[in-house]
Each structure stands twice: as structure tokens, then as C-alpha cells.
Design a protein. Structure first.
Length: 179
């Protein structure tokens, strides 16, 4: 698998743990160091802003895709390489995923969960076979991972979770997959 671009799904807020922002920044630097383009939701606040700004600091490439209705809500980022305004959330998610070779999920809220489960569903339906990574910063996703395993144990999933999702505890762990 060659990863030239990666979708980054994360919160438009920073969250309460300073490690979330630190991991977002580290990930941004790592992507630039390995010449991987980031595609994300286009915001300039929260973890979305942290990752975009860290990429821009090192002169990397970041593409934002945002629905027209969210340009005020999430305060679109004016400094990124490219900002694409689309009509709706569905178009946003589809376009982000079309432009990437893999996806990584950082801490976030409902929108991040929506994006994660949509791409997992597309994977299960064999609409794609792109790698999906979860950056489990300080155990943020431990409960979600346990619930996913519960769904598998109870016969609701078609695949072994380790075949679909790679769990990372530190941003640097992604490097092994970028080679």
C-alpha cells in the first residue's frame, strides 16, 4: 500500500486533554516529513486547525473540503493549499475519501464518529479497501474499540476488526505504514 494522501477526521474543538492537540501537530509534521498530503474538513478551529497549521508550518500540502453551510460554523481555513466548498455533508465526505489513499481518525465528536462509521461501512460493503487508522491518543477510543469488538463477538460484523482498522497510540506508529 502506498499512501500519498490521507484523510484526517478529527474534532473542530480541541477537547480537554492537551495531548490531543500535541498528537495532531505531531501527525501534521510527520505527514510533511513523509511527503503525504492531508485532506480534511477545511476548518481552522480545534484539532482540524491544529493539524492544518502544523502542515502549513512545514510547507506541506493540505486540502480542505467544507459544505457551504459550515463555512461560518467551523470557520474555514483561509491559509490552506486548497479549499473546496461543496453543497452538503455527503458530498464533503465522499470527496474527502475520493482524494485519499487512507484515513486516520483523531479524537472528535459526533461528526468524527459519523465519518469513521461511514468509511467503515464502505469498507465492509467492499466499496473501497483503503487503510483506516485510529489514533487512540491516551486511550480516547478505548471504549469505542471495545464496543466494536462487542459487535464482532455478537455476530454483527463481517470482518475481523484488525483487518479493517489499525489502532495507533502515537502518531509515529503511522510511519511503518507510510513506507
Amino acid at each position: 500500500m502506498v499512501i500519498n494522501s490521507i484523510a484526517v477526521f478529527c474534532g473542530s474543538k480541541m477537547g480537554n486533554n492537551p495531548l490531543f492537540e500535541e498528537h495532531a501537530r505531531q501527525l501534521g509534521y510527520l505527514l510533511v516529513d513523509h511527503k503525504v498530503e492531508a485532506v480534511y474538513g477545511g476548518g481552522n478551529k480545534g484539532l482540524m486547525g491544529a493539524i492544518a497549521n502544523s502542515i502549513l508550518e512545514k510547507k506541506g500540502k493540505v486540502i480542505g473540503i467544507m459544505p457551504k453551510a459550515l463555512t461560518e460554523w467551523e470557520h474555514h481555513h483561509n491559509g490552506i493549499t486548497e479549499l473546496i466548498i461543496v453543497n452538503d455533508m455527503h458530498t464533503r465526505k465522499k470527496m474527502i475519501y475520493e482524494k485519499c489513499d487512507a484515513a486516520i481518525i483523531l479524537p472528535g465528536g459526533f461528526g468524527t464518529m459519523d465519518e469513521l462509521y461511514e468509511i467503515l461501512t464502505w469498507n465492509q460493503l467492499s466499496l473501497h479497501n483503503k487503510a483506516i487508522f485510529i489514533l487512540n491518543s491516551e486511550g480516547f477510543y478505548n471504549h469505542l474499540i471495545a464496543h466494536n469488538e462487542c459487535m464482532r463477538e455478537n455476530g454483527f460484523l463481517y470482518n475481523n476488526l484488525s483487518e479493517i482498522i489499525k489502532i495507533l497510540n502515537e502518531p509515529e506508529e503511522l510511519v511503518d505504514y507510510l513506507k
